[in-house]
Design a protein around this ligand. Structure first.
Ligand SMILES: [Zn+2]
Length: 113
């Protein structure tokens, strides 16, 4: 599980942003995670309480938005979900596609009081 290290990095980044923007208290953190990224939302949620202990983020709410892993088929140009279709276009059975989304790992929003 490499999520803890990543969450600690996120917390450090948010602390830096908080200092730069004079945010005294943070209410909520919103992360966007692509379903094809190596981050697993439930592991992030599991290690979040430990990562924020004794930081400015203590007692903040974590919200994770999962971004679909979509690809555009190179043969028929249709967009499909790569994960659900196991990398094969459901329209024409092609395995050639361009990734449109799904690898995101973004701090989308820091909600302060
Ligand atoms: Zn296709």
């Amino acid at each position: 599980m490499h999520e803890l290290g990543v969450v600690i990095e996120v917390v450090k980044t948010v602390e830096k942003v908080a200092v730069e923007n004079h945010l005294a208290k943070i209410e909520k953190l919103v992360l966007q995670i692509g379903e094809l990224s190596s981050m697993i939302p439930k592991y992030i949620e599991a290690c979040y309480p430990a990562a924020i202990e004794n930081t400015i983020l203590q007692n903040t709410e974590l919200k994770i938005e999962v971004m679909p892993g979509n690809g555009m088929c190179k043969s028929c140009n249709k967009v499909f979900n790569i994960k659900e279709n196991k990398g094969v276009c459901p329209h024409c059975d092609s395995k050639a596609w361009d990734l449109l989304s799904g690898k995101e790992f973004i701090i989308k929003e820091i909600v302060a009081y």
